[in-house]
Design a protein around this ligand. Structure first.
Ligand SMILES: Cc1cc2nc3c(=O)[nH]c(=O)nc-3n(C[C@H](O)[C@H](O)[C@H](O)COP(=O)(O)OP(=O)(O)OC[C@H]3O[C@@H](n4cnc5c(N)ncnc54)[C@H](O)[C@@H]3O)c2cc1C
Length: 348
């Protein structure tokens, strides 16, 4: 049965929800205020890099372990089957938008970031995947390309010289003419060069998904949703500049960065939140155990319905980084959670 769906937000979670809901034959509108955190990301798909600070080699195995240990974690609610299906959906979808994402749920790779740090991830554009640091041992590497904002070749090679030995990878940094591997950012790509993702590669993905959604008939309206009207256990209407009515609403408005959370509250519906006690922020920027505030977010059930004063809201689903009880920064689970919750939220 075709239904009207209103998605709030056009980051990766909103876009994947909208595309999937539309592909299932629904009439879909997206109300959005801006680009969100997705456009700031590296554009690689982190599924699960760490469980309790321990590096995960096989993300699926890591998720199974996480589900046993943390039954309230968002992945425990979504379940392995939906995670697998959603990643396949993403891979097929990115082929349709002519982006070649490579990788599988059974293996994490390590990539060099534009800061010269190393991070685990699961799926990456083919060029990024092929340039993963796992394959560098014993090679002569050149970090090339011109200096731009957020990209400084010398800084990157200095930083990598510090981090690579910790992973047992022995590399010599040399001039481009003598190198086995030449890296420069995607946007400065030359023939046969590999890449370091440059801040903003997530924007390439966001734009392509946005255009694709428009092409298949999703309607986009630039409007910041301010309030929702709830009657009983249902959303009746939401309001921005205009008011919108739908059979089903999907809230994908992001966390603090995207604007979906505001002073530890969800501002549109005032949904029940997962809270954190004690000191919410620590003095160091990226502590291994994370900041407590990172896990704050909206509380949902296994169907991704939220609650108001303990009452489930039956025609509202929640997707992406606005959901509580996970910490993408320390787990490296950013896009993995967004894609899997968006897929499930749109399974109407
Ligand atoms: C610097 C940085 C780099 C990252 N790199 C990676 C990476 O490489 N790989 C990875 O897996 N994860 C990465 N992450 C995490 C990942 O980017 C986020 O978890 C993910 O993009 C969140 O997507 P989202 O759709 O939930 O929210 P967002 O992308 O923030 O989108 C929220 C959307 O909702 C809209 N919105 C908000 N409020 C309203 C409102 N009231 N009305 C209408 N619209 C509204 C916003 O304008 C936006 O369109 C990174 C994060 C950061 C900050």
């Amino acid at each position: 049965m075709s239904r009207s769906v209103l998605v709030i937000g056009a980051g990766i979670s909103g876009l994947i929800s909208a595309i999937r809901a539309r592909k299932l034959g629904n009439d879909v509108t997206v109300a959005f205020s801006g680009k969100g955190a997705t456009s700031l990301s590296l554009g690689v798909v982190d599924v699960l890099g760490y469980v309790d600070r321990r590096a995960v080699r096989d993300p699926l195995k890591g998720i199974e372990e996480l589900i046993k240990k943390k039954p309230r974690h968002v992945y425990s609610l979504v379940g392995v089957d939906n995670i697998k299906k959603s990643i396949n959906f993403f891979k097929e979808l990115t082929k349709e938008v002519e982006l070649e994402y490579v990788g599988d749920l059974r293996k994490n790779i390590y990539i060099a970031t534009q800061f010269g740090t190393i991070k685990p991830t699961c799926l990456a554009l083919k060029e990024v995947y092929d340039a993963r640091v796992d394959t560098w041992d014993g090679k002569k590497v050149s970090i090339s390309g011109s200096i731009v904002r957020d990209y400084h070749p010398k800084f990157i090679s200095d930083s990598l010289s510090f981090f690579l030995p910790k992973f047992g990878i022995d590399v010599r940094f040399v001039d481009e003419n003598y190198a086995d591997i030449v890296l420069r950012p995607l946007s400065q790509k030359k023939e046969e060069s590999c890449v370091i993702p440059l801040l903003g590669d997530g924007e390439i993905l966001r734009k392509k998904l946005f255009k694709y959604a428009q092409k298949i008939g999703v309607e986009f309206i630039k409007d910041t949703i301010k309030k929702g009207k709830i009657k009983g256990n249902e959303v009746k209407e939401v309001y921005g500049r205009k008011s919108y009515e739908a059979d089903v609403y999907i809230l994908a408005s992001g966390d603090w960065i995207g604007g979906g959370l505001n002073a530890f509250k969800e501002p549109i519906f005032n949904l029940d939140m997962i809270k954190s006690n004690g000191k919410l922020v620590r003095k160091i920027p990226f502590p291994e155990s994370g900041h407590k505030y990172s896990k704050i977010g909206v509380k949902v059930n296994e169907s991704l319905n939220p609650f108001i004063n303990g009452n489930e809201i039956v025609n509202l689903k929640v997707a992406g980084s606005i959901i509580g009880n996970y910490d993408y920064c320390t787990e490296k689970s950013g896009f993995g959670v967004c894609i899997s919750t968006a897929y499930l939220a749109a399974s109407l």
